[in-house]
Design a protein around this ligand. Structure first.
Ligand code: TXA
Ligand code: MG
Length: 320
């Protein structure tokens, strides 16, 4: 299969994407978080192709992307609390895990037969496409399973070239980390995956405290194992660089031994977590080369977006 790269400003290309999706094909689309590998969530063949193209374990459910609340309510049951979360953060990097609506058109392959469904209203080109398509799109991050998530069309092609029909090149994703996933039950909001919306922002918006915890492991299986992994080994919380390591820096002050690093890329010289989040996957991708064997990462504060950054880094460093 030849993977075509398309331009969002070309109206003909928009038609090409809609035709591809209607035929059960796969298109990688830019969202505000990362590029998603999109297929018709109501089409079992399209959903099966997503798992196949990614090499994704078939027990790991997909997020359904919607264009508006009307579409969201056809696939999930919105409690008053869920409505408030959607009103506060959509479109944007928050995914809600809700009870699936009776008669939902989403194919059971996408939800892997669970009674719940993960729903997200993305920002940008992806939302416009879901809106024109008129049905929800299933879209995991557009990378081979376990690899670094893509924040550019070029990153998508690194692991999926020849495995998918199209990539829409919308430039770099502004948030750079996947959506925050929360499960909403009765009056409780439980964090399943930290991401582009911080727990503090959720608490401030709805006045309900976010639960953390062991639930995460069971609820989001794909989140447990080695993930986001570059080819080389990743060492975290580095305060002294070993000679020859590739250093991922944060802030103005470099650790001792930095002069012996093979290369240094700074996530944010000013120590700005938003900038660091936006750069994280691009930097991991830049150091994801067979000849790079050792990557060292400086400590990054575990506050705000630092929570999601440290989550991704610890999976990148996890035993394989
Ligand atoms: O920002 C994002 O969320 C990106 C863009 C493309 O929208 N998408 C994304 O999808 O990160 P993916 O498939 O890489 O991650 C989705 C996560 C998986 O870890 C999966 O286990 C979890 O969502 N998930 C999906 N449905 C679930 C459910 N019903 N209950 C619990 N977790 C669920
Ligand atoms: Mg992913």
């Amino acid at each position: 299969m030849l993977t075509r790269v398309l331009n969002p400003d070309d109206p003909l290309h928009m038609e090409t994407i809609l035709d591809c999706l209607a035929a059960g094909g796969l298109a990688a689309l830019p969202t505000e978080t990362v590029y998603g590998l999109a297929g018709d969530a109501t089409n079992g063949v399209a959903c099966a192709r997503i798992f196949e193209a990614k090499g994704r374990p078939s027990f790991n459910p997909l997020i359904a992307h919607v264009a508006d609340l009307g579409m969201a309510r056809t696939i999930a049951v919105f409690s008053p609390l869920a409505e408030r979360l959607a009103a506060a953060f959509w479109p944007g990097p928050l995914t809600l895990v809700l009870q699936a609506a009776p008669g939902s058109a989403v194919h059971p392959l996408a939800t892997v037969g669970l009674p719940t469904i993960a729903v997200r209203m993305p920002d940008g080109a992806a939302r416009a496409i879901v809106s024109r398509f008129g049905r929800p799109l299933a879209a995991p991050s557009a990378n081979r399973s376990g690899r670094v998530s893509p924040t550019s069309a070029e990153d998508v092609l690194r692991t999926l070239d020849g495995r998918i029909d199209l990539v829409l090149d919308g430039g770099r994703c502004p948030v750079g980390l996947e959506s925050t996933i929360v499960k909403v039950e009765d009056d409780a909001v439980t964090l399943l995956r930290p991401g582009g919306v911080t727990p503090d922002a959720i608490e401030a918006a709805i006045g309900v405290s976010v639960r953390y915890g062991a639930g995460t492991a069971i609820e989001a299986p794909g989140q447990m194992h080695s993930h986001y992994a570059p080819a080389g080994r990743v060492r975290l919380e580095v305060t002294a660089v070993h000679a020859g390591e590739h250093l991922i820096a944060f802030g103005a002050e470099l650790p001792i031994g930095s002069e012996h690093a093979a290369a240094i890329i700074n996530l944010s010289r000013n120590g700005d977590l938003r900038e660091a989040a936006a750069n994280l996957f691009r930097v991991l991708a830049a150091f994801d080369r067979p000849e790079i064997e050792r990557i060292a990462v400086m400590p990054i504060p575990r506050t705000g977006l630092g929570l999601a950054i440290n989550d991704r880094l610890s999976r990148a460093a996890a035993p394989r």
